[in-house]
Each structure stands twice: as structure tokens, then as C-alpha cells.
Design a protein around this ligand. Structure first.
Ligand code: FES
Length: 572
């Protein structure tokens, strides 16, 4: 047990002065007696619940379970509502607001009497946002993943969220199904609260959080509506109190070895390309250098072992009953750093002891991988001097080496309006290029990267083409989509110089993306190029445009990611 006088919250409650007197009086106003809270670790329960967020709609109840655990362990829980980031509803993209939630998390934890935190999130950007903010304050913290929703169903088909939505939408455009089938699909795609149940961005990031060691073991795959999820939430509440007593801060957990293990995990899962941006940003907040090249290097050391959609066949519930992440990580012990601590155990080795795979089709053995290398490749070349990424395991193999003529769209709306125009002459060999969809140009890098296949090609049976953009792509999407091209076109990256008819060469095995245009011609085009006007003249969007960094460095705000002192609120 820790001396109560050494708790951070003691400065608010326990000192001899007017301010502590006032804080104690106001806590009585909240309905608590001094013996209920004084001297106990104060645990902030940061809750991203909202009526608008179907992935987090159960978190109001889970927060109660967390608080139950905190009380049981002798802590004092206080729930804080924070921004909800709903991948489905928030436009133009919740990525625009990831850093806002990170800021809110950091400033709430710093400015209130908090000794430790439990962070409730899971829908895509909420996981990195909460962890970026908490890492910046560096208190003890436990992350509670919202958990995947139940598998979707339609007639005799099992549906994966996102992945099957795109598939059946394309079937409708190709005339294979009609409105009646689509109405049935609407009922069956999302059957319960919880995050997307494919290995999309949400499952990728919550798995990364578990691999980092900031969740209870196995937490990331427990279905949102399983009673085990409630028990995990309560266990997280009990755990955080112990972490505060041991003063085990996030900086002891979120180390370079932990981030390397999270990268290996994401790649071996065949996870979302979005994890590249988020893990780089999270590592930045932890003071850990992590670069695009780390992903490519580690990808060559791990195979893809999880047969999960969109790259494979199964869904998160299957993964959970196959043993979840502890079982999955037990397949990778030769590449993991097993002596590092987690919030639950003194070492990852201890955490994985006894973990077993119960279904070798869902979690494959090393002798039978889905792919010999991790699921994301980093490309370089004159079209992406600071890098680009591709999820090559979700691409048609014959397109991984491809040379074709570009058809360029200057923005997403133009692309939507004109993609089916026969006058563009788009064939299956065309390389579709979308620009002004990056961190500044989007803004927020909307998930436009899986550009639609034109209707006439869909009807001919074409289901994949080479597509290149400075946008991101949903973790549930698929196809030969080169993403995160850096620097983005909006700031004058080479993507801004491509013209329809130029030849582009993609060679994933060689990790190369080239625009086959002579350098002197590119220089002429650069001299004629001028930056597009700013989209936001005021407000948060203007701040975003001024501060956002490029994709290869994580899209954090420059003023948040730089090192520097921040005074303790009681120092002044
Ligand atoms: Fe929330 Fe997919 S929409 S996790």
C-alpha cells in the first residue's frame, strides 16, 4: 500500500489549507463521506460512451463494472465523459478529432485530482487517442476495449462489418442483388453493440493495446455483449488501484520493446494499415522512436497467422474462442520481448504462460501461415519519397507488380461524380489516382483510399485495380490500394504532379512505387504548381491544418508531439 500522502490527489484533498478544505467540502456535496475517499487512489474512468456511437453504446454499463472493481480494491472511482469518436457517423472523418480526444484526455487527467485512469474506448481512433493522451500525462492506466459486436448474418451467410457491406454494395452496382436483398442486409450487418468484428482498425488497435500490455490479458477479443466483458471491466477497475499503489506508470509499460511487439502483432494479424499511423503517433507520445521502416523490417520477420476478414475468413468471435490474443502471441514468442512488464503481470512471459490455441484454422501454426510476411508493406520511390503503405495480403496477387496509365482525380467529390464516365477510358489496367485527401488536404486523411471500381468494369467481373492516394483506407476494406502517400499532394508532394496518361509502376516485392516521368518534366510541373486554398479559415479545422504532421510521422499535432515541460497544476 502506498502512503496516502504520496498520492497525486493528496494535493487536492489532504493538505492543510483553504483549497483542500474547499475540495473536501465539495466532495461532500457530491454525496461522499471523507472515509469513502480520503487517502484512497482516485481513479478517473474516462468514458467515450454516447447515444450516437453504436460501438460504445454499452460502455455506460461497463463503466459501472469498472467502478465496482475500483471500490472493491479500495480506490475512489470518478467517471468522466469524454468525446466519442464514431467511425460511422462523424464526418468528414473521426481522424480529424483523434488529436482532440488525445488533448482532452491529457488535460482532464492533468487538471483533476487523478492518481490513475481506466480508459474505455475501441472504435478506431478512440484507442490511440486515449492512449496518446494518457501517455503524455504518464499516470498508471488500464485500457478497456469496447469489444467486437456479434457476427453479422444474412440468410445462410455470415457477414463481417464493413467488409461485406462493400462487397454487397458492389454486388448491387453490378446488378447481382436488388433493393429487397439490401434491406435484409441492413438488418443483419450489425447485430449488437460493439466494434467492427472483422480485423478492421478497431480490432487491430485494441489488439495492439493488449500487445503493448495496457489491457487485461485476453481483453481485446471478448465480445462486447459477453458477460465476460463485464467481468474484464471489473477486473480492470481492481487492477488500476494496484498499479497506483505500485506507481507503475505508462512509461514503464510503453517502451520501445512494447511498441516493436505491437507492430509485430498487428502485422501477424494482417491488421489495418491505419495502425501504422496510430502506433507511430502513440510511440511519439511515449518518447519512443518508431518509423515506417520499423514496420517493413518487422514485417519480414513475422508471418500472417490470423485467418480473419478482410484478408481471411473468420471473425473476432472465432478468434476469441480460438484463444484470443494470448494464444495468438504464444505463436510469436521468438520475436516478442518477453521480459517487459504489462499492467497485469511482471512480464509478458508470465502473461502468456499457459496460453493455448484452440482452433488452428483461425490461429494458424507457424508451419501453415496465411502469408510468409506480415500484412503491410512500406513502399518508396519518386512518387512517395517519405513512404506509402499497402496491405498487400488484401490485394489481388497479379496486381502486386503492375504498370499502367494513370487516371487522376483532384478530389473525392470529382472522383465520385465522374468515375463512371466512359470518356475517361478507364480499363482494368488503369491506375486510379486520388489526391488532396491527405492529413491537410482531406483534411484528416478520410478513408477514401479504396476508390470504387467503375460500374462497367464491375459488370465485366473486375473486382480489383491499382489505386493510389494520400488518403487512408478503412481497416475492413481490401484491394490493391496504395495509401498514406507522403508527402501528401496538398503540400506539394509528387502526387500533386501526376497527370492523366502518365505511367505508374508498382512493384510490391521490390517495395517500389514510381512515376515514370523524367525529372526535368517533373521540375517543370512543380514550378507551375501552386498550393490549393486552405479549407478552414477558422476554428478547430484551421488549428488542425496548421499543426498536423504528415502520415509517416503519425499525424499528431506538432505542438503535442514535441518534447517539452508542462507544469504540474499545483506547481503554480
Ligand atoms: Fe466503430 Fe467499426 S465503426 S469500430
Amino acid at each position: 500500500m502506498r502512503d496516502p500522502g504520496s498520492l497525486r490527489s493528496h494535493q487536492w484533498y489532504g493538505t492543510d489549507g483553504l483549497r483542500s478544505f474547499s475540495h473536501r467540502a465539495r466532495t461532500r456535496q457530491l454525496g461522499y463521506l471523507p472515509e469513502e475517499h480520503l487517502g484512497k487512489p482516485v481513479i478517473a474512468v474516462l468514458n467515450t460512451w454516447s447515444d450516437i456511437n453504436p460501438c460504445h453504446v454499452h460502455l455506460r454499463e461497463r463503466a459501472q463494472a469498472v467502478k465496482r472493481g475500483v471500490w472493491q480494491a479500495g480506490g475512489f472511482p470518478l467517471e468522466f465523459p469524454v468525446s466519442t469518436l464514431s467511425e460511422t457517423f462523424q464526418k468528414p472523418t473521426p481522424m480529424l478529432y483523434r488529436n482532440m480526444l488525445a488533448m482532452e484526455t491529457e488535460e482532464l487527467l492533468r487538471s483533476y485530482p487523478v492518481d490513475g485512469a481506466v480508459l474505455l474506448g475501441g472504435c478506431d481512433k478512440s484507442t490511440p487517442a486515449l492512449l496518446m493522451g494518457a501517455a503524455s500525462v504518464d499516470l498508471p492506466a488500464v485500457f478497456v476495449p469496447a469489444g467486437p459486436m456479434l457476427p453479422g448474418h444474412w440468410r445462410d451467410q455470415v457477414l463481417g462489418s464493413g467488409t461485406d457491406m462493400w462487397k454487397y454494395w458492389d454486388d448491387r452496382r453490378a446488378g447481382l442483388i436488388g433493393d429487397a436483398e439490401l434491406a435484409e442486409l441492413e438488418n443483419g450487418l450489425a447485430r449488437s453493440p460493439g466494434t467492427c468484428m472483422t480485423m478492421g482498425t478497431a480490432s487491430t488497435l485494441t489488439a495492439a493495446a493488449e500487445a503493448l500490455g495496457v489491457t487485461m490479458p485476453g481483453a481485446s477479443s471478448i465480445p462486447a455483449v459477453d458477460s465476460g466483458h463485464d467481468r474484464m471491466a471489473a477486473a480492470s477497475g481492481r487492477r488500476i488501484v494496484g498499479l497506483v499503489h505500485r506507481d507503475l506508470r505508462l512509461s514503464r509499460i510503453l517502451t520501445r520493446p512494447a511498441y516493436e511487439d505491437a507492430v509485430a502483432t498487428v502485422l501477424a494479424l494482417g491488421g489495418s494499415t491505419n495502425a501504422v499511423i496510430h502506433l507511430i503517433a502513440m510511440a511519439g507520445r511515449s518518447g519512443v522512436p518508431l518509423a515506417l521502416d520499423d514496420f517493413d523490417r518487422i514485417a519480414r520477420t513475422v508471418p500472417v497467422l490470423a485467418d480473419l476478414r478482410p484478408g481471411g475468413q473468420y471473425l473476432m468471435e472465432d478468434f476469441h474462442f480460438a484463444g484470443g490474443l494470448p494464444a495468438f502471441l504464444s505463436r510469436l514468442t521468438d520475436v516478442l520481448h518477453l521480459d517487459r512488464p504489462t499492467v497485469a503481470h511482471d512480464s509478458l512471459r508470465e502473461q502468456l504462460a499457459g496460453a493455448r490455441v484452440h482452433n488452428t484454422e483461425v490461429i494458424r501454426p507457424r508451419s501453415r501461415p496465411l502469408a510468409d510476411e506480415g500484412g503491410v508493406a512500406v513502399l518508396r520511390g519518386n512518387l512517395c519519397p517519405d513512404g506509402a503503405v499497402i496491405k498487400h495480403i488484401a490485394a489481388e496477387p497479379h496486381l502486386l507488380r503492375h504498370t499502367g496509365p494513370a487516371v487522376v482525380f483532384d478530389d473525392y467529390r470529382t472522383m465520385q461524380r465522374t468515375i463512371n464516365d466512359p470518356g475517361l477510358g478507364i480499363t482494368a489496367d488503369t491506375v486510379l489516382v486520388l489526391r488532396n485527401a491527405g492529413p491537410k488536404g482531406g483534411p484528416g486523411m478520410p478513408e477514401y483510399g479504396m476508390l470504387p471500381i467503375p460500374d462497367h468494369l464491375l459488370k465485366e467481373g473486375v473486382r480489383d485495380m491499382v489505386r493510389i492516394s494520400d488518403a487512408r483506407m478503412s481497416g475492413t476494406s481490401y484491394g490493391t490500394c496504395v495509401l498514406h502517400v507522403a508527402p501528401e499532394s496538398y503540400v506539394g508532394g509528387p502526387l500533386a504532379l501526376v497527370r492523366t496518361g502518365d505511367t505508374i509502376s508498382l512493384d510490391v516485392p521490390a517495395r517500389s512505387l514510381r512515376l515514370d516521368v523524367p525529372d526535368d518534366e517533373l521540375e517543370r510541373r512543380r514550378a507551375a504548381w501552386s498550393p490549393p486554398p486552405a479549407k478552414y479559415e477558422r476554428g478547430y479545422g484551421a488549428l488542425y491544418g496548421e499543426q498536423i504532421t504528415q502520415a509517416d510521422t503519425g499525424c499528431d499535432f506538432a505542438f503535442l508531439s514535441r518534447p517539452g515541460a508542462v507544469p504540474d497544476p499545483y506547481a503554480g
